[in-house]
Design a protein around this ligand. Structure first.
Ligand code: C2E
Ligand code: MG
Ligand code: MG
Length: 740
């Protein structure tokens, strides 16, 4: 089913909308994924840095443990366990390491420090040392040192002969430990510190935005903002279960904090960066993404607008092609049909469809060229334009045919108007210099049935017009009535009957003698076809030749006549009769089928007739259909030996100059010329034509000579031969036989 224009528009808008939505969704999805990925990327970078810090921390602590183990081994070497000597040695070692103080702890808890102090270690602190006495290495959590500074203590066993005899301990300030972590990351915006899994601080950072003087990170975060509670709980929970992770909390500004388990005691390394570090790169990239999306959308929309415009333009151009006639720039035939249909629906006045054709327009094209032809068409169109009333419609239908829709009061008025149109066209000849009269033929269909489609109305008008086409009389307007229907039917029946008629030998050949103008002796004849039906009715050629020309059957008829003439000539030759050349008519259709030349040649040869006894008549107007083709055909016929007669000279538009370029042998002056005999101007023309023809060795025959006066006149002007009722009418073969 075809969609209407508005349906198409709605469909297109809907499609564009869906496309836009899809595009927007795709871009949103993309930006959402990108946003997440950027975030994940930043966070994983943060935890990577944390992990690195953990490694650094562990390596440093391990190095310290190794160094202490070495010291412990050295201390254990002397056989006598000498405390003063040991502390002396430790003092030396301390110079090399950044320990705050060192000391040894005996299994009973008595401790000897490098600063000379002696003390008893008891309680939790001593409990903490228990694993060391079992041979392990340990680090204490944060404690307050004797000088009030926060410290941690590292402990290694002193082993002698496989037995732990004491514990070597070294304290260092938490600041030193923190110092290991104070490497800047994220462009100096991030910092790290160490806490225990229950949030208690081991080291604290001096970073400007860090929490200062706190004991527990959970408490600090919770205190910073009640909104942090959920995130804080998550971290607490994770740490309890030895999980790593990150949270976002706010403390005046927003921060991301990642936590990684260190693997020493229950310590966690916390790394913090301001949320803006992640958010700003993210929003920077997001901004460019949004801009990109906006640009893509804009380009998409612009492209859509561009394509829609292009399509509109194309449609307009197409409409122009469809609705504008390229020659006149007026309405095209399609437009005419459309407008006429609409006008007839609105306007109930009596109306008629008129078809106007230019007689022999082809000749104009041939003689003056197609540009001039178009100029003439435009000129006629202008004339019509000046003639029509404002509410009437007109267009060029095709080639040299124009269609009009006219309104009328009564038939009389319509006839007068159309006559005036014919007069205008005929009298306002485009180029009087060329002596050219444009003769219109007009067919009219008075619209009796408005239900009929416009094309059919035009066909009716055309049928009426074709009844006068080629008719040289003054009548140039024909009105369609129902009798045309009878003609159409009759034509159809003729067409149907023709084929069987040929088989049944219903076509017969009549001969019309030609006489020498001076001696009045028989000089030749023309073969003319007749159709004699079984019941004896004879149909003249003008009834069936045009029909046969339309369907091509004329080719068969002409060949049939040609054969018959050859046979008759042969018979008369055999009978020893005085034979004269006989001309046969060649339809213009032959010019489109040059293969007939070989055919005719074969017939002449087969029948054994000298080729100069059969001559060929071609009508003048046929020569203009294609002059070059025509000349080529004549040349080939001449080569075989056929004489060529130009039939009906004077009815077409051949100028005398044209005679020079077309190689004919005989010119047959048309009856209309002969009828002009008592007109002074006519006389001049005939004498001029005959003289010119003679000067070019072209024989002249006058056709249609009916009276003594005409005969005398033609003879006087120098015609060589006469054909006409004055001497003889076309006659059956038996009668002609007697003349020979
Ligand atoms: P055409 O070839 O010009 O033939 C001459 C026509 O003029 C013939 O009409 C002839 O009867 C008629 N005519 C001759 N003398 C006079 C006269 O003194 N007064 C009047 N009023 N008429 C005269 P016809 O036989 O009716 O043929 C008409 C046309 O039909 C021919 O014109 C020719 O064009 C065509 N035609 C006839 N036979 C054939 C044919 O075998 N093949 C083809 N293609 N066309 C043919
Ligand atoms: Mg003829
Ligand atoms: Mg003729």
């Amino acid at each position: 089913m075809k969609k209407s224009r508005s349906e198409r528009l709605i469909f297109r808008i809907a499609m564009s909308f869906v496309l836009c939505v899809c595009l927007a969704a795709a871009m949103l999805f993309y930006s959402y994924t990108l946003k997440n990925e950027l975030f994940e990327d930043s966070i994983s970078k943060l935890s990577e840095i944390s992990d690195q810090n953990v490694e650094i921390l562990k390596t440093k602590i391990q190095a310290q443990a190794d160094a202490m183990a070495e010291v412990a081994a050295r201390i254990a070497v002397p056989t006598d366990w000498d405390i003063p000597y040991t502390t002396y040695t430790l003092n030396k070692v301390m110079e090399r390491y950044t320990f705050k103080s060192m000391g040894i702890v005996m299994p009973d808890g008595s401790a000897y420090l490098t600063n000379g102090a002696q003390l008893m270690i008891t309680g939790d602190s001593f409990e903490f040392m228990k694993p060391v006495f079992d041979g392990e290495v340990a680090i204490s959590n944060r404690q307050e040192g004797l000088d009030g500074e926060m410290i941690i203590t590292m402990m290694v066993p002193i082993i002698k002969k496989g037995e732990v005899i004491a514990v070597l301990m070294a304290t260092s300030s938490t600041k030193d430990l923190q110092g290991i972590l104070d490497v800047s990351f994220f462009n100096g915006q991030g910092y790290s510190f160490i806490v225990r899994s229950d949030g208690r601080i081991i080291t604290s950072s001096e970073f400007p935005t860090s929490f200062k003087n706190i004991d527990n990170i959970f408490t600090a975060i919770n205190d910073a903002s009640p909104a942090n509670a959920e995130e804080c709980n998550k971290m607490k929970y994770d740490m309890q279960f030895h999980e790593d992770g990150y949270i976002r909390y706010s403390n005046n500004a927003d921060y991301y904090m990642s936590y990684s388990e260190i693997g020493i005691n229950d310590w966690y390394l916390l790394s913090v960066i301001p949320a803006t570090v992640i958010d700003s790169t993210r929003s920077g990239i997001m901004l460019s993404t949004y801009i990109l999306c906006a640009v893509i959308s804009a380009v998409f929309i612009l492209l859509m607008i561009y394509f829609t415009r292009q399509e509109k333009k194309k449609r307009r151009e197409l409409q122009e092609i469809l609705y504008v006639d390229p020659v006149t720039k007026g309405y095209s035939y399609q437009r005419f049909c459309k407008e006429t249909k609409e006008r007839l629906e609105k306007d109930s006045r009596d109306a008629a469809v008129v078809v106007l054709d230019i007689e022999k327009f082809k000749v104009i094209n041939e003689l003056f060229g197609y540009d001039d032809g178009d100029r003439v068409l435009r000129y006629i169109w202008e004339l019509i334009k000046g003639w029509v009333r404002p509410d009437e419609i007109y267009s060029r239908w095709n080639a040299d045919k124009f269609s009009l829709l006219v309104f009328y009061e009564n038939i009389q008025e319509l006839a007068e108007r159309l006559n005036s149109l014919a007069d205008i066209i005929q009298n306002d000849s485009l180029d009087k210099r060329k002596g050219f009269v444009i003769r219109p033929t007009i067919g009219v269909y008075r619209i009796t049935d408005r239900e009929v489609d416009v094309q059919s109305m035009q066909n009716y008008a055309s049928i009426a017009r074709s009844s006068i086409k080629g008719n040289v009389s003054e009548v140039c307007i024909a009105y369609y009535d129902d009798s045309y229907k009878d003609i159409i039917l009759e034509n159809k029946s003729i067409e149907d009957k023709m084929v069987t008629a040929l088989k049944n030998n219903e076509f017969i050949v009549y001969y019309q003698p030609k006489y020498d103008a001076v001696t009045q002796e028989l000089s030749g004849a023309e073969a003319l076809i007749r159709w004699r039906e079984a019941d004896g009715t004879i149909t003249p050629p003008y009834r069936f030749i045009p029909i046969a020309e339309k369907n091509g059957f004329v080719l068969k008829l002409d060949k049939y006549v040609f054969k018959k003439v050859c046979e008759d000539q042969k018979r008369w030759l055999d009978e020893g009769k005085r034979v004269v050349p006989i001309s046969v008519n060649l339809s213009r259709q032959h010019l489109h089928n040059p293969s007939f030349i070989e055919d005719y040649k074969r017939v002449v040869e087969a029948k054994g007739v000298p080729v100069d006894l059969v001559e060929l008549e071609i009508t003048e107007s046929a020569m203009f259909e294609n002059k070059d083709e025509f000349t080529a055909i004549i040349d080939r016929l001449h080569k075989i030996g056929f004489k060529i007669l130009m039939d009906d000279f004077g009815t077409g538009y051949s100028s005398l100059m044209m005679l020079k370029s077309i190689p004919i042998d005989v010119m047959k002056l048309d009856k209309s010329f002969v009828d002009d005999f008592n007109d002074e101007k006519g006389e001049k023309i005939i004498s001029c034509v005959t003289q010119l023809a003679k000067s070019m060795n072209i024989e002249v025959i006058a056709e249609g000579v009916e009276t003594e006066e005409q005969y005398q006149f033609m003879k006087k002007l120098g015609c060589d031969n006469i054909q006409g009722f004055y001497f003889a009418k076309p006659m059956p073969v038996e009668d002609f036989n007697k003349l020979l």
